[in-house]
Design a protein around this ligand. Structure first.
Ligand code: ARG
Length: 298
């Protein structure tokens, strides 16, 4: 040791030596389906499904997703609340980048009561909650997806979030926000039809967007990195996927899509979520990427 040449510590090494040092850890925020159900209709998938989600099966599917994700990443949990059946869809809690968060301002009045529980969670975990105007609807990471290669946020509007949300997000997070208009009511949140993957790949269902938005996507993502999915995969919520270290977790995946993902360097991991599809949500909707500050040793 005495012979080792002197080398200055880098920032994280130095931070780790300080007592009470704080670092941020990437986690996926989930909410257990204790109170999940289809109790009202706010998207086309919920039509004729009131009371039809099988709860034991939903619990088993959610447990399986949680277990599969836990193999590759750290998780965090927000407590479920009685009377808020859609709170399982933590993608709609807000959009968190580093330690800043915009808490959702739901368009769907049935979901407004969730806002304060999500806000509490973010506050308790030391996020700085950005001010947001009450009259601008914004449904969080359901409609705002940071690109994984470029410094920009893709923003969906047309059904739930306001077309004015991108301009506000741009200021708050200091990065370009690209607005995309959603035109198919089945794909009412951006994350139901659009999934930025690492290394700049993009899996999406082009028909869910108006022409100007499709042009914008094609102008910003190189053609060879676009993975356009067909209607059957889109309907099976294949784009509603969570990617962690090149593993792409999703409700279902056709052999053709699996092969295309593989050629791009990704492995499709199917975790069936039929009961949540009845509420209009899949793997991505059930998760939210957050960076949680923690004391060393937590
Ligand atoms: N029933 C929920 C709603 O309509 C489903 C939310 C799905 N979440 C998502 N990020 N796409 O709001």
């Amino acid at each position: 040791i005495l012979d080792a040449p002197f080398r200055p510590l880098d920032e994280s090494e130095a931070a780790a030596l300080l007592p009470g040092a704080v670092s941020a850890q990437r986690r996926i925020l989930m909410c257990a389906p204790d109170h999940f159900g289809v109790d009202y209709v706010i998207n086309p998938w919920m039509e004729n499904q009131i009371g039809r989600a099988a709860l034991p099966q939903a619990r088993a599917q959610w447990d399986n997703l949680r277990a599969r994700l836990a193999e590759t990443t750290h998780l965090a949990f927000v407590a479920p609340t009685a009377g808020l059946p859609d709170m399982v869809f933590t993608a709609n809690a807000g959009l968190a980048i580093d330690d800043a968060v915009v808490v959702s301002r739901f368009h769907a009045k049935e979901r407004r009561a969730e806002e304060r529980f999500f806000r509490d969670w973010f506050e308790r975990h030391d996020f700085s909650v950005a001010p947001w105007p009450d009259h601008v609807a914004f449904e969080g990471a359901g409609d705002a997806l940071p690109d994984r290669a470029q410094r920009l946020i893709w923003c969906g509007h047309g059904w739930r979030s306001s077309e004015y949300a991108p301009a506000l997000l741009e200021k708050i997070f200091d990065r370009e926000a690209v607005g995309l208009r959603l035109v198919d009511p089945r794909f009412y949140h951006l994350d139901t039809c659009f999934c930025p993957l690492s290394d700049g790949w993009l899996m999406y269902y082009p028909e869910a967007f108006d022409e100007a938005s499709r042009d914008r996507i094609e102008a910003l993502v190189p053609k060879e990195k676009l993975i356009a999915v067909g209607e059957a995969d889109a309907r099976a919520f294949a784009c509603n996927a969570v990617e962690i270290d090149k593993r792409v977790f999703m409700n279902d995946c056709s052999p053709g899509l699996r092969a295309r993902l593989k050629a791009a360097g990704f492995t499709a991991v199917v975790t069936p979520l039929s009961e949540f599809l009845k509420a209009g949500g899949g793997a991505k909707c059930l998760t939210l990427e957050v960076h949680v500050k923690r004391s060393r040793g937590e």
